[in-house]
Design a protein around this ligand. Structure first.
Ligand code: F0G
Length: 458
């Protein structure tokens, strides 16, 4: 049935009402929040595409699992289910639960990153970069050139530039590189996948220099689906087997279960090295909790164990990736510049392309994100110079490589008509692009400024 609509592979079991703030209410909310969409209250938003992290709907099987949650402090049954679910996919022996992805990063990096180190990655996510920098180390992004250009078509725009990795190792020296990291899919670079061939090539470089390879595995299942769809030789390999092969090429991973764990909270660090795992567990006890719960409730461990099983179902992944592409294709067909091909979890609007009259230091992607909210109550997030630019004393910010607005799609949450509405808002705002002006920052913290900075229109 090749011409039939790919439908949501579920029916709705419980619903949550959405609010419809009108234009004056949305303007008042913007004024109060200092034009920072992180400052909005959820009831001021109509369609919330701020993040796909922890915002998805759980299945009836996950809710059933939550009722089985074992809240024992030590040795909970739920931990062993969680551990087995992760071991089945990753093959790693050491499984350490954390309350979310950045806690996994914080713990792993505190154990093995030292001041002056350099961590190569295809592209660090914002918290990953911040956690590297918090150890006084440098986070270096080495994605292929195609991955930095929103309009170039390439099946694996998340790939790491192997020559740049070799050059970094030659420049810095292996002693100052604690590990190489690859983010699947490459969130900050447009939710773009990494091919198995590229992972194999990165691993070969790591082996030559005796460096560990760590996956930032938040969206490993979406990456596995792209490999199945796009990489020769994987057409008939299941998402589970592809994921197993991806993890087998690395020595360990950090994970936010709020993405491809299909859960509302949770994460883990996993690896085969028992000594590093022991250091991580020591830190875990200090800040997260005992190693069989790591800051999570027993019921969270159950929800994640079940989610990790469901996320690899081909019918789920087919729907997931297709429904994201549906939004991207619709706005692209209307002439709105958008990152192509579409990523797995989000559509990235190219604000540099749409608002060429706004320079990077006046934050074109922030301006576009504000306009989508003002016009239609749609909340996205700026991924541009606000998030990744560098403030310069007495001068304009050093710009980020791209100015994107990310519309992240929560998993199993919105239907096709919600997404049609979002496309209409994007197209209406794009039609008035010339009248959109830039912003200046009036208040900002020393790091991760995008969460709390305040802006005013120029
Ligand atoms: N790594 C990647 C690639 C991520 O996308 C995220 C979170 C993290 C690590 C950190 O995980 O949130 O559980 O602490 N990304 C969310 C987002 C927040 O909106 O993309 P966390």
């Amino acid at each position: 049935m090749p011409y039939r609509t790919i439908i949501e592979p579920f029916r709705i079991h419980s619903v949550e009402a959405i609010d419809f703030p009108d234009l004056p209410q949305r303007q008042a909310a913007l004024d109060r929040a200092g034009y920072n969409l992180f400052g909005l209250h959820a009831d001021e938003v109509i369609i919330d595409l701020l993040t796909d992290s922890g915002t998805g709907a759980m299945s009836s099987e996950q809710w059933a699992g939550m009722m089985r949650g074992d809240e024992s402090y030590a040795g909970s049954r739920s931990f062993y289910r969680f551990e087995a679910a992760i071991q089945k996919i990753t093959g790693y022996s050491e499984i350490i639960p954390t309350h979310q992805g950045r806690a996994a990063e914080r713990i792993l990096f505190a154990a093995i990153v030292s001041a002056g180190d350099v961590v190569p990655n295809n592209t660090h996510f914002d918290t990953t970069r911040a956690n590297v920098e918090y150890q006084d180390a440098e986070a270096r992004d080495l994605v292929i050139a195609e991955g930095r250009d929103p309009s170039v078509l390439h099946p694996f725009k998340g790939n790491m530039d192997i020559d740049a990795l070799e050059a970094t190792i030659a420049e810095v020296g292996v002693d100052r590189i604690p590990f190489v990291m690859v983010t699947v899919t490459n969130n900050s670079g447009g939710g773009q996948p990494v091919s198995m061939e590229n992972l194999r090539a990165v691993r070969a470089v790591c082996d030559r220099h005796d460096l560990p390879l760590i996956l930032d595995a938040c969206r490993f299942a979406e990456n596995a689906w792209f490999i199945n769809q796009r990489e020769p030789g994987y057409e008939d390999v299941s998402p589970l087997e592809i994921a197993q092969e991806m993890f087998s090429l690395a020595h360990g991973c950090t994970m936010s279960a709020k993405k491809d764990g299909l859960a509302n909270i949770g994460g883990f660090v996993a690896m085969n090295n028992p000594e590093v795992a022991q250091q991580c567990r020591n830190l875990l006890i200090l800040t997260e909790g005992f190693p069989t719960y790591g800051g999570l409730a027993g019921y969270d461990l159950e929800a994640i164990a079940q989610g990790l099983e469901e996320v690899l179902h081909p019918e789920y992944l087919r729907y997931r990736i297709r429904s994201t592409a549906y939004l991207a294709d619709k706005v692209h067909a209307a002439g709105v510049p958008v990152m192509r091909p579409p990523g797995g979890h989000a559509v990235y609007l190219d604000a540099k392309g749409l608002l060429p009259h706004i320079p990077a230091h006046a934050y074109p992607a922030q301006a576009l994100a504000v306009e989508l909210y003002r016009n239609g109550g749609v909340r996205g997030v700026e991924i541009g110079t606000v998030m990744f630019g560098k403030p310069v004393a007495d001068g304009p910010d050093e710009p980020a490589p791209m100015e994107l607005v990310r519309l992240a799609i929560p998993r199993r949450t919105y239907t096709q008509s919600h997404i049609d509405y979002v496309a209409e808002v994007v197209i209406d705002v794009a039609a008035e692009a010339e009248s959109i002006g830039g912003y200046r920052i009036v208040e900002q913290p020393p790091w991760l400024r995008h969460f709390t900075a305040r802006f005013e229109p120029i």
